[in-house]
Design a protein around this ligand. Structure first.
Ligand SMILES: [Zn+2]
Length: 172
């Protein structure tokens, strides 16, 4: 396995829509393994292909790593089938926008279809933290960042602060 470079805002690739994976082969499985290692090293709980510069519809997630009953999941061509009306608020961050956190409201649970690393179609019910993470990651495949869920005013403020911090200037 190899650690990959994670691209960050304002890289325009983060705003592009990723393309479907046509065939789940060894190259795809190697990419998923490398993405997992990259995610663990960051560390993070989810990572989409586009974040390592590969705009394909695939992602890895591992929430609650201290809970041994939960293993990492790789989702290829994931799609949200339905969402709950109940919402949940969570302070999100993103490996592509380091050091930035903001509360985002998303459906508290959702059902997702995807293809697994063996190329088999699967369905999964997600709730709580997993629901938030899976929606955050699927957003990446559509060129959407968590800050896009905030008001324009708040988003502009966050981006300005972020870009200043990247340049090493004092943030006020
Ligand atoms: Zn993210």
């Amino acid at each position: 396995m190899a650690k990959l470079h994670i691209i960050t805002v304002p890289d325009p690739l983060l705003k592009t829509k990723s393309v479907a994976v046509e065939l789940v082969d060894d190259d795809i499985r190697k990419l998923l393994d490398d993405m997992l290692e990259t995610m663990y090293g960051a560390p993070g709980v989810g990572l989409a292909g586009v974040q390592v510069g590969v705009p394909k519809r695939l992602l890895v997630i591992h929430t609650a790593r201290d809970d041994e009953s939960k293993s990492p999941i790789a989702l290829i061509n994931p799609e949200i089938l339905e969402c709950s009306e109940d919402m949940r608020l969570h302070e999100e961050g993103c490996l592509s926008i380091p050091e930035v956190y903001a509360e985002v409201e998303r459906p508290a649970s959702c059902r997702v279809s995807y293809v697994d690393r063996d190329g088999k179609p699967q369905e999964m019910f997600c709730e709580d933290m997993l629901s938030t993470v899976v929606q955050h990651e699927i957003d990446h495949l559509n060129g959407v960042l968590f800050i896009d869920h905030l008001s324009k005013l708040k988003r502009d403020m966050i981006i300005k602060k972020y870009l200043k911090a990247q340049k090493g200037e004092t943030v006020d």
